[in-house]
Design a protein around this ligand. Structure first.
Ligand SMILES: [Zn+2]
Length: 481
């Protein structure tokens, strides 16, 4: 594989490329899906191919193929150069400014105790159907959907700068969802072994079966839950919920290609423009948002990004102020950064790398604080777990979120289950109202598997972590789940 990558680079150089990288990627995805007492789908697919990206005559070219025959690799490399030369007929006004990066010869491998692809299908199905049986035993639960998803990616990346990188990552996840139904409505509740770059030991260590009865009962309880109040409430958000709020209102808003207007598809663009760098009050002074592509088990942790830049850890928001972005080598010059933050990834051998969210998280509170103490300190609020519906505008400024399960907080006590809770806010006002974060003992990472971006769309993965946190006086109600 390495030789094929190097051969592609030689051909590209001979044809006139001044820079080239070649990526051979082998992907495998296994899905096991259950519905009630049966298996409804098993899908196991793999794909392998090469993508060659070049700069020639000051413009980009990219070509890819699912064949790794030597002649085909030569054709793809030559085609990438041909495309670049054609693109050079209509050059970008400022040309390409490609940030430098040392050549890396290195590798990265997800630490695995148990390779999920070597675990028997019968064992995986047995676990899902066992959970399903326990969920369906709860009175009022009418459906149980479950799935497991395992993803493997083996990548070789070589560049004309002398980098030769090999990575081997494996992602494991499982989830089930209980649905309770009465005469007029249906309510759901889920539980998961959240997506992590780790082996099957993650699935085995997650108490999937032990939570089945509670999850079923909470789905049923939502049927008769109190309606969402309308007005201002203090929100306490669990990390399983906050992951999505962070993803949408901070993660996408701080991707530098969106900020620069280079990415407008799928709610593109951002309000956090570069004139605000260093002075925008994104949130309260206790808000620290840290990107970390070195995070153990993180979905964006793969040693090096697809620009060949080493994984890094940095603040995008420090003490509430916007201080940096997620960048790639082509765009980082816009903020006068000499080095990319290493946030460019492609979702397959057939895709070009684009700026993607790194693993990002809200730093935990500095003082000891448990969720119970935070609830005890809250007079009139709502506690939210899990991800639900969301909507956000193309500037990432004005949003609405639902959730998976909601509880009333009255006079410091977690009370009745509520239903159909939604909250609405402006990004900076919402994060500005953050006044308490539990400490690092409660910091928990949650993986996002289906982040869509680009045109044609690419699907990327990343991890968002936080501890439970409180947001004061947020508008709730006024919409249905
Ligand atoms: Zn996304």
């Amino acid at each position: 594989m390495k030789d094929l990558c190097l051969h592609a680079l030689d051909v590209a150089k001979q044809k006139g490329a001044t820079y080239a990288d070649a990526r051979i990627v082998k992907l495998r995805n296994q899905y096991i899906v259950t519905e009630d007492k049966r298996v409804s789908a098993i899908q196991d697919s793999d794909s392998i191919g090469i993508g060659v990206r070049v700069i020639a005559d000051g413009a980009w070219g990219f070509a890819a193929s699912a064949s790794l025959e030597k002649g085909e690799v030569e054709r793809v490399a030559a085609q990438a150069v041909e495309i670049a030369k054609a693109s050079a007929l209509a050059p970008a006004p400022d040309g390409i400014r490609w940030a430098s990066e040392p050549a890396h010869e290195g590798g990265f491998k997800t630490p695995l105790k148990k390779d999920p692809f070597k675990v028997a299908l019968e064992d995986k199905i047995g676990l899902l159907l066992g959970v399903s049986k326990a969920v369906l035993a709860v009175k009022g639960v009418k459906k149980c959907h479950g799935y497991m998803h395992f993803k493997g990616e083996h990548r070789y990346l070589a560049s004309t700068e002398g980098s030769m990188i090999e990575s081997d990552t494996v992602t494991s996840s499982a989830q089930y969802r209980a649905t309770a139904v009465d005469e007029t409505t249906a309510k759901t509740r889920y539980f998961e072994a959240h997506p992590m770059n780790v082996g099957y030991e993650h699935i085995e260590a997650t108490p999937l079966l032990e939570n089945a009865q509670r999850v079923g009962e909470e789905a049923v309880a939502q049927l008769t839950g109190k309606p969402c109040p309308v007005g201002k409430k203090d929100l306490i958000l669990h990390p399983s919920h906050l992951a999505l709020t962070m993803h949408e209102s901070i993660g996408h808003a701080t991707e530098l290609d969106r900020v620069l207007g280079m990415e407008e598809s799928l709610a593109g663009s951002s309000f956090a423009t570069i004139d605000k760098l260093g002075n925008l009050k994104y949130g309260s002074p206790i808000m620290n948002i840290i990107c970390d592509n070195t995070m153990p088990f993180g979905l964006a942790t793969k040693g090096y990004d697809d620009d060949g830049v080493e994984g890094q850890k940095w603040h995008v928001i420090k003490d509430g102020i916007l201080v940096d972005y997620m960048t790639g080598r082509e765009v980082c010059h816009a903020i006068e950064a000499e080095r990319s933050r290493g946030s460019c990834r492609a979702d397959s051998w057939a895709s070009i790398p684009i700026v993607r969210q790194s693993n990002i998280g809200l730093a935990p509170g500095m003082e000891q604080l448990t969720l119970e103490e935070l609830i005890a300190d809250t007079k009139d609020g709502i506690y939210i777990e899990g991800m639900g519906s969301f909507s956000i505008d193309q500037k990432r400024q004005n949003f609405q979120f639902g959730g998976d399960c909601f509880w009333e907080i009255k006079d410091g006590k977690k009370g009745a289950i509520l239903k159909d809770v939604t909250y609405q806010a402006i990004t900076t006002e919402f994060w500005g109202s953050l006044d308490a974060i539990c400490d690092k003992r409660f910091w928990t990472p949650y993986g996002v598997m289906n982040c869509g971006k680009g045109d044609p769309m690419q699907i990327a993965q990343m991890t968002h972590g936080s501890a439970p946190a409180r947001f004061r006086q947020i508008d709730v109600g006024g919409a249905t789940k």
